[in-house]
Every structure is written in structure tokens, then in C-alpha cells.
Write a new protein. Structure first.
Length: 341
């Protein structure tokens, strides 16, 4: 089973967005050295706590700072944008880093309504056209557009012989249906806590239609996992994540990823603790042996070919160590190439 990383560039309490972006680059280099197969970065807008607003720019930066690991978006929120422009961006990234670029696509807004309105200013957006946008991207990047398409004669530059891998990201069965019909890879955001992931992946596999972009079904699950030498230490590190998502779900201001000290000192109510206990059920926290066992079980339950590990840990050194311990538990090797086409 291959392991990758999904990075959201959390801005740690006491640090800046520039610090977070530098940490993202360092983590990608660390991941490559450890043998992780791919490194994806998310898209979030108008967020004081997250630094990734343009995954395309971060892909260019991170791919240039590494040499083997696949680098991609987790994901580009396609309804905001011109499909043609997204195709151009990723064709150029693929030309710069052949065989290493992933185009993960989502249809969520990636921010609050005000940011969505600004992104879509003077543009009519119909979310029902998302499948059509995905089909157009496949046409632009891999298969060519149908002769009846209004842009069939349009050239996508630069002209190259390879193409990015196309994945649909989702937390519902609707994205699985689209991915199966379109013949793309499918990644389920298990860490969101949305139920139905196993059923969505099962549907995808059973109804997959091969395409020039993807000949066989490919599945991933994105999982929040935190690993340390002891269970006690891992649970302590995870408190930053507990408080971050508690604030998010409560509609409280999100200015950063809180430190462990802030999380420990927070005045939790009894109801807060019940919510945290419930949320922990979908997260994997523990020693290397515990984390490996639970990740393997989750991958089996979800029929996932690969897992993307999300590890929001405030202290950077502890975060790097968490990924190292997981890599060692699974016997990853730095010689693993960038991934399969």
C-alpha cells in the first residue's frame, strides 16, 4: 500500500503564513526522503489559519524543491475557474515536471460565501456543470475534445507528450458517481467525518468506466493520523487538532492551529469533551504499531489503494517525526519513484 501526504499549511500559533509555507516545503522534502509517493496541497480562501490559497503556485514551488515525489492539488475547486485556464496551468506544470503532477479536483467552495462571491465575480456558475467541466479537462489534457465541442480546435500549450493524473476528491457518493462515469481516480476525504465513504468507493469501483485518462479504478482515502513514540505523547499532540476542529464546528474565530499548551489550558465544557471524543473516532492517534494497524484496517475497509495522511501538529519537529515514524512502520524507502502513470 502506498502512502502520500495531504498538506493544508496550517499556520501554527505564534508563527506566520510565510513560516507555514516554508514548513510545507520542508515537509515535502522530508516526505520524499522518507519514500512517500505523493504530496498534495489544499485550496482554501480568506483563511487566517491556512496558507494555501493557490495550490497551482505551491505545486510549482514544491516540485522545484523536490526531484521524485509526485506533487498535486488536493484539490483545485474547479467551479470557480475557467476549465481551459486550469488545463493550461497543469499542462505547464506537467511540462516543467514530467510524470510528477497530479490534478485533484473538487467542487466545494473552499471558503466562506463572501470569498466565493469574490472568486466568481461577474461569472455565472452552475454547479450542475461540474461533470461537464471534468469532461472538458480530460479532453484538454488527455483525449482531445469532441468535434462538436465549441473549443474543439483550441490548442493547449505547451504541447507535450505526458499529462497530469486526474483525480476527483469528494466526501459524498455524488463525486464517486462522477469519477466512475468520467474514468478518473477517486479520493475520499475520510477525515472530514462524512459517513458513506466505504459505500462511495464501492460504487466507484463497481461502476468505473475506463478512459484514456485512467484505464483502471484508482482509489485513495485521506486520513488524519498523528504518531509519536508513546500513546500519551500522541494524544497530547492531537489536542491541537481537537481544539482546531472544535472551534471550526462551533463557528468560532480560526486564526491559527493552536499550540498544545493553548489546547491543554482551554476551558472545555462537558459538551465540548463529548464532541472531541466523538471526533476522535475517525482519527488515528497512537504509537507506530497502533497507527499502522489502524491505517491498514481503514485501507481494507475502504478498499483504498493508497492513503493520504493529514497530520496537523503544531510543533514542526513533532510533525516531521510523526511522518517519519509512520514511514518506518510501513517500511517505506526513499528510493520509491514518483508514482505510477
Amino acid at each position: 500500500m502506498k502512502l502520500g501526504i495531504l498538506d493544508q499549511s496550517h499556520i501554527g500559533e505564534g508563527r506566520t503564513a510565510a513560516d507555514a509555507l516554508a514548513e510545507t516545503t520542508r515537509l515535502a522534502q522530508h516526505a520524499e526522503q522518507l519514500g512517500y509517493s505523493r504530496f498534495w496541497m489544499s485550496e482554501h480562501h480568506a483563511s487566517a489559519a491556512l496558507a494555501h490559497s493557490s495550490p497551482e503556485i505551491m505545486i510549482a514551488h514544491v516540485a522545484a524543491a523536490t526531484s521524485r515525489i509526485r506533487v498535486g492539488s488536493g484539490g483545485v475547486m474547479l467551479p470557480h475557474y475557467s476549465t481551459y485556464k486550469v488545463a493550461e496551468n497543469f499542462r505547464l506544470l506537467e511540462a516543467l515536471h514530467p510524470g510528477r503532477i497530479d490534478l485533484g479536483l473538487g467542487r466545494a467552495p473552499g471558503g466562506m460565501p463572501l470569498a466565493t462571491r469574490a472568486l466568481q465575480e461577474d461569472k455565472h456558475v452552475d454547479i450542475r456543470k461540474y461533470p461537464e467541466q471534468v469532461a472538458d479537462l480530460r479532453g484538454y489534457l488527455v483525449e482531445g475534445l469532441p468535434a462538436s465541442h465549441p473549443f474543439a480546435k483550441l490548442e493547449i500549450s505547451p504541447a507535450i507528450d505526458t499529462a497530469p493524473e486526474i483525480w476527483l476528491l469528494g466526501s459524498s457518493d455524488e463525486s464517486a458517481r462522477i469519477a466512475a462515469l468520467q474514468g478518473t481516480g477517486y479520493a475520499f476525504a475520510q477525515f472530514f467525518g462524512t459517513p458513506g465513504g466505504m459505500e462511495a468507493i464501492r460504487y466507484y469501483r463497481e461502476h468505473f468506466r475506463p478512459s484514456a485518462a485512467c484505464g483502471l479504478p484508482r482509489t485513495m482515502a485521506a486520513v488524519l493520523a498523528i504518531c509519536a513514540d508513546t500513546e500519551e505523547e500522541a494524544n497530547l499532540l492531537a489536542m491541537s487538532t481537537d481544539l482546531f476542529f472544535l472551534r471550526l464546528e462551533s463557528g468560532l474565530p480560526l486564526n491559527d492551529l493552536p499550540s498544545v499548551k493553548t489546547a491543554v489550558d482551554y476551558p472545555y465544557t462537558e459538551y465540548d469533551m463529548l464532541r472531541i471524543k466523538h471526533a476522535r473516532q475517525r482519527r488515528i492517534v497512537g504509537t507506530p504499531a497502533q497507527v499502522k494497524e489502524q491505517l491498514e484496517a481503514l485501507a481494507a475497509d475502504y478498499s483504498a489503494d493508497e492513503l493520504l495522511i493529514v497530520s496537523p501538529i503544531h510543533e514542526m519537529e513533532a510533525r516531521l517525526k510523526s511522518y517519519r515514524l509512520i514511514a518506518e512502520a510501513f517500511g517505506l524507502h526513499a528510493s520509491v519513484p514518483g508514482g505510477d502513470k
